[in-house]
Design a protein around this ligand. Structure first.
Ligand SMILES: Cc1cc2nc3c(=O)[nH]c(=O)nc-3n(C[C@H](O)[C@H](O)[C@H](O)COP(=O)(O)OP(=O)(O)OC[C@H]3O[C@@H](n4cnc5c(N)ncnc54)[C@H](O)[C@@H]3O)c2cc1C
Length: 390
């Protein structure tokens, strides 16, 4: 695989030949099929459904799961897949991450063998699109305690009532993994809810300035009845929900650094061409300072992502490891896209020049899958032994 300019230390050399070949195929697809249309769809806040079969063919839906993956691969490889996608478009990468990590991950972690066999291959092929419904209008960071959507058992069925907010893929999904509190024992449980179920409704959140291509939804569950076979049997409490998030959070670090690399590379190319005071602006010391600060952030962030994924591969990654990476990398990415945009002057805020979109997308990445504050508190609890969430 050819290196790209944002991988200054050549971390990609760690991939096996098979993995590197696959990552190169992903890059090729994203450069030829996604890049030419992403800005237009992002601008119109619409989802390019025509990309789904190609993304599925690359094995990007659920490379983590035995049932669906194309070949034995590592968490480091999966991180590179995320980075390659986000380098071109963070929203398309986010769509894929919701499908493969959050929705399929919930079924992979919490589902029975029969549920895994029924749903994962159909989701891997893109036939079934999934979403992950945890956040609510009144509980975001505080979902562990504040989650109010209820699940009441009635014979062989469950009745779900409540509301969800921010649910990625919410208006285009065939199934949503709904997290609800059992009115009998007070524990959080997970349900595979087909979006055609009576009482389910989803409304797109309009007016976002970030991740515009992703279809985030407000969802209402009004006396939604689902069979007990659609309950995830291995989810017994919120700590099982947290297991899914533990697996996906490191991936958000890779998404953040991929998005930042996209901005950096666009700015670098621009500064080689654009001339002021008789020379390319990349030849001015203060512009070089901006570019080098971007590169330092990216390089440190990439090192962190690679190591956290190695720890996942070794089975020694804990919540605080991925939380530290997500908090640090998404913060550095926010600085990086701002410096990249600054290096381009006025054109930095114009979508066609390649930095305005990652600049805006860095904001959503900074907040989802645990805000910087929440991830900081997870690390703070681990290093001091004292929980400081309240
Ligand atoms: C683009 C996008 C996609 C998303 N996709 C999904 C999805 O697919 N599924 C899903 O379930 N959710 C999704 N979310 C929701 C996301 O996980 C939440 O936005 C996030 O958890 C923060 O919750 P909140 O927005 O309600 O903010 P709040 O929890 O209201 O927090 C607001 C601010 O207060 C701070 N804060 C809160 N409590 C404390 C404290 N104890 N100490 C210090 N600071 C604190 C926060 O860090 C933050 O800065 C998505 C969000 C976005 C923006």
């Amino acid at each position: 695989m050819t290196a790209f300019e944002g991988d200054f230390y050549g971390f990609h050399a760690e991939l096996t030949d098979r993995e590197a070949e696959s990552v190169a195929e992903i890059r090729q697809f994203f450069e030829t099929e996604v890049r030419p249309i992403a800005t237009d769809y992002w601008n119109r806040a619409e989802f390019p459904h025509q990309l789904v079969p190609g993304i599925a063919a690359l094995g990007l839906f659920g490379p983590e799961w035995e049932e669906t993956r194309r070949f034995a691969s590592s968490a480091v490889y999966q991180g590179w897949c995320t980075l390659e996608m986000a380098r071109v478009d963070a929203s398309v990468c986010g769509f894929t991450a919701v499908q493969s990590g959050l929705a399929m991950g919930s079924i992979g972690v919490g589902g029975s063998a029969a549920q895994r066999a029924e749903w994962l291959p159909r989701m891997a092929s893109g036939e079934v699109i999934g979403a992950f419904g945890l956040t609510e209008p009144l509980s975001g960071s505080d979902t562990a305690r504040g989650l109010q959507t209820s699940a009441t058992r009635q014979g062989d069925t469950w009745v779900l009532n409540g509301a969800k907010r921010w649910i990625g893929n919410g208006t285009i999904a065939d199934v949503v993994i709904v997290w609800a509190r059992d009115t009998a024992d007070g524990q959080v449980k997970g349900f595979i809810v087909p979006t055609t179920t009576p009482g389910f409704s989803a409304t797109k959140i309009e007016g976002k300035l970030s991740f515009r291509l992703i279809q985030n939804a407000d969802i209402v569950l009004d006396e939604v009845v689902v069979a007990d076979e659609l309950r995830l049997p291995n989810i017994r409490s919120f700590s099982d929900t947290a297991t899914v998030l533990r697996l996906t959070r490191a991936g958000v670090g890779w998404l953040a650094v991929g998005n930042a690399i996209g901005a950096y590379e666009a700015a670098l190319a621009y500064t080689r061409e654009r001339r002021q005071f008789g020379a390319p602006i990349g030849g001015h010391q203060l512009v070089q300072d901006l570019l080098v600060k971007c590169l330092a952030n990216i390089t440190a962030s990439l090192a962190m992502c690679v190591q956290v994924s190695r720890m996942l591969d070794a089975g020694i990654q804990r919540d605080e490891h991925s939380a530290l990476a997500k908090a640090f990398v998404s913060s550095r990415a926010r600085e990086t896209v701002a410096w990249a945009r600054e290096a381009m002057g006025g054109n930095g805020i114009v979508l066609d020049y390649g930095v305005a979109k990652p600049f805006a997308d860095a904001e959503a990445i900074y907040s989802f899958e645990g805000t910087r504050e929440m991830n900081t508190l997870i690390v703070g609890r681990a290093i001091t032994g004292v929980a400081a969430f309240v």
